[in-house]
Design a protein around this ligand. Structure first.
Ligand SMILES: Cc1cc2nc3c(=O)[nH]c(=O)nc-3n(C[C@H](O)[C@H](O)[C@H](O)COP(=O)(O)O)c2cc1C
Length: 318
């Protein structure tokens, strides 16, 4: 598929996720078959005030291309300056704007999904960004309570000049409860000419296929199911190209991926930026014996101990 002038190898996107989608993790997902990846959301205000942690979160490298940097904010003026700095420093292929985050930390300042209540401001933000950047601009939204209002927002996003839109089929109030309603992505796809990416509750080969077929969207985006499981992209892309389920040893694979991940974190000097125990727990989700190893991980003192417990679990499962 294409977004603006960018040709993607496929149509399976890794979702931006704060404290999850750091560069090493994104690279692993990409190597396993994700077609596109984004940084976690970055505050426009923090970029302007040169918050070091924020700037480091924006790092990428050529082997990730094409990649996107996602920003959030509430004022077109601030967001233009932030996006221009990002464009100049990191040369991302896409700048994505977050209109979906339901966290109070953002919505109390009128950012993220709070903007869905101010469609004109969404339009102004995107139009100003499109007019002042040479990088294609895309948007990621949640749905509103009713279809017509959701379509209106999507149409405004297209009219403002955005090059693609991602639709997570939950409202702000739902947070992560209930099911992602794919009727919205389907209708938005019917109404818009720009690429539409469906997001929410894609967890495996069958849900990926079902949602692509049902919505007829250009692409799908996967978030939580990829946490601790970058190999999911390999499984899904294999299924999409062959129609067959990939055979693999899930436990050995998770251990290999966890080892690879911690090596890459070290290589990029990012080990101290993550919650290692929480992330190690994700790598054991859905594995037999996972619960007892998670208790051991919680009591571990360092990475070596964590790795030992995951390996021990894998060696005992066939
Ligand atoms: C831990 C976590 C962090 C997230 N951070 C972001 C973010 O930075 N930007 C964003 O647009 N969405 C963020 N999201 C939402 C996801 O991108 C995605 O829209 C949502 O999880 C639904 O997709 P899924 O069902 O595949 O997880 C986050 C979700 C989770 C679980």
């Amino acid at each position: 598929m294409r977004i603006a002038n960018i040709k993607l190898e496929g149509n399976i996107f890794l979702a931006p996720m704060s404290n999850v989608t750091n560069l090493p993790f994104r690279l692993m997902c990409r190597e396993y078959g994700a077609s596109m990846s984004y940084t976690e959301m970055i505050s426009s205000d923090a970029i302007i005030h040169e918050n070091k942690k924020t700037v480091r979160r924006g790092i990428s490298c050529d082997s990730e291309r094409p990649f996107g940097i996602q920003i959030f904010g509430n004022s077109p003026e601030t967001m233009i300056v932030a996006a221009q700095r990002i464009e100049e420093s990191y040369r991302p292929d896409i700048i994505d704007v977050n209109f979906g985050c339901p966290a109070r930390l953002l919505t109390k300042d009128g950012c993220g999904s709070a903007l869905l209540r101010s469609p004109e401001l969404i339009f102004d933000i995107l139009k100003d960004l499109v007019d002042n950047l040479s990088t294609p601009v895309t948007a990621k939204i949640r749905i509103l309570e009713n279809m017509e209002d959701s379509i209106k927002i999507a149409e405004l996003i297209e009219k403002a000049g955005a090059s693609a839109i991602t639709v997570h089929g939950r409202t702000q109030q739902q947070q992560y409860s209930g099911k992602s309603n794919m009727d919205y992505a389907k209708r938005i796809k019917q109404e818009l000419s720009i690429p539409v990416i469906a997001n929410g509750d894609i967890v495996d080969e069958h849900s990926a296929e079902k949602i692509l077929e049902y919505t007829e969207c250009d692409g799908i985006m996967i978030g939580r199911a990829a946490m601790g499981n970058p190999f999911l992209f390999k499984r899904i892309s294999y299924y999409m190209t062959t129609g067959e389920l990939l055979e693999y040893n899930s436990c050995q694979q998770r251990y290999a991926d966890f080892s690879d991940y911690i090596e890459r974190l070290d290589e990029y000097g990012l080990t101290d930026t993550i919650n290692m125990k929480a992330q190690a727990q994700w790598f054991t989700r859905g594995i037999r014996g996972g619960r007892s190893v998670r208790e051991k991980i919680a009591a571990s003192k360092n990475i070596d101990e964590i790795s030992y417990h995951i390996k021990e679990m894998c060696d005992n499962v066939d």
